[in-house]
Design a protein around this ligand. Structure first.
Ligand code: TYM
Length: 327
């Protein structure tokens, strides 16, 4: 059975882009693959977050993932920092990666302009991500479009390590949804919807009330020519709405466009489709967040299972690279 692994940062509330670009696939993949999913709290340390916020958001992210439909009987859900082999393996991969290739990472270039004193962890972030993936021999990694470059790096590092030290890692593939792989901010449709950018009206949170979702969709920025056609280059706001409708209903965005003559009608139907899509998550979330013990038990069980796999991979990689095994 092919293994999948993916992760999400607990750096803010989960939003519609996370759900459509990644989470929905995670839920579907539980039945087809041996699925490992983690809340990547170590990655969130690359940003400024108060310790109590990081703790609370990590727990909330786990609740949202369970509410979205991850089932601990069908997947392994864990918290990244509970499996110390991730940073251990990351070090071996840091000694495999080069400054040049990390300097080319567009997310680093983008995020580092927002930090006054750029953290070293922000620079090496993609290597830790590669370790997350390679530790599990994941063949497939369900992610949004923005992670493609990081996946390329993970592939490159796996191949380089295998060539230098012998077959150790599986070379992973990114799996990006056909539509909804890049959900744009509803107020700034040329900018990706993001946890780390403050755009309350442009970001639909997965736990928003139906009224909030409808309001944000109604106020979404489009254009003034009034012609409903799918043209991401010229009409990015409308294309984003059509992509979302396509993702929510399983149609092609061009076909969705053919059904409407007015933006207002599309927005009304889209709001309804999004409310319905997110309803189960919203309804189940409170039950999980009220049952701290149960969620912590899920994470503990997940970490134990994850650690078995990751420890074996780490031992193999450490041996291959020439570290003396502990007696
Ligand atoms: P993160 O936490 O930013 O996002 C989690 C997932 O949501 C996807 N995503 C989007 N998809 C569509 N439209 C958007 N606007 C949008 N915003 C986010 C992301 O592509 C991602 O799949 N580096 C990763 C976390 C990570 C990881 C990993 C992922 C760490 N280790 C190992 C996969 C495998 C990140 O920051 O995702």
């Amino acid at each position: 059975m092919i293994r999948v692994l993916s992760g999400i940062q607990p750096s803010g509330e989960l939003h519609l882009g996370n759900y459509v670009g990644a989470l929905r696939q995670w839920v579907a993949f539980q039945d087809e693959y041996d699925a490992f999913y983690c809340v990547v709290d170590l990655h969130a340390l690359t940003l400024e977050l108060a310790p109590e916020d990081l703790r609370a958001r990590t727990f909330d992210a786990a609740c949202s993932l369970l509410a979205a439909g991850l089932d601990p009987d069908r997947c392994t859900l864990f918290c990244q920092s509970h499996v110390p082999e991730h940073p251990r393996l990351a070090w071996l991969l840091e000694c495999t990666a080069t400054m040049g290739e990390l300097n080319r990472m567009t997310q680093f270039k983008d995020k580092s302009t927002r930090q006054e004193a750029v953290r070293v962890g922000l620079f090496t972030y993609p290597v830790l991500m590669a370790a997350d993936i390679l530790a599990y021999h994941a063949g497939a990694v369900p992610v949004g479009d923005d992670q493609r470059q990081h996946l390329e790096l993970a592939r490159e590092l796996a191949q380089r390590f295998n060539n230098r030290y012998g077959e150790t890692f599986t070379v992973p593939e990114a799996v990006v949804p056909a539509f909804g792989g890049r959900v744009m901010d509803l107020q700034h449709p040329r900018r990706k919807m993001s946890k780390s950018v403050d755009s309350p009206l442009g970001t639909v949170q997965v736990l928003d009330s139906p009224q909030e979702i409808a309001r944000k969709v109604r106020k979404a920025v489009t254009d003034t020519d009034g012609d409903v056609r799918y043209d991401p280059g010229d009409k990015p706001g409308l294309a984003n709405l059509l992509d979302l409708m396509a993702a929510a209903t399983g149609q092609r965005p061009e076909d969705v466009a053919g059904k409407y003559t007015r933006y207002g009608d599309l927005k009304a139907d889209l709001a309804e489709a999004l409310v319905e899509m997110l309803r189960p998550l919203r309804e189940r979330y409170d039950a999980y967040s009220a049952d701290r013990g149960a969620v912590e038990a899920v994470l503990a069980g997940g970490a134990e299972r994850a650690r078995e796999v990751a420890a074996a991979t780490y031992a193999r990689a450490a041996g291959a690279i020439g570290l003396l095994p502990p007696a």
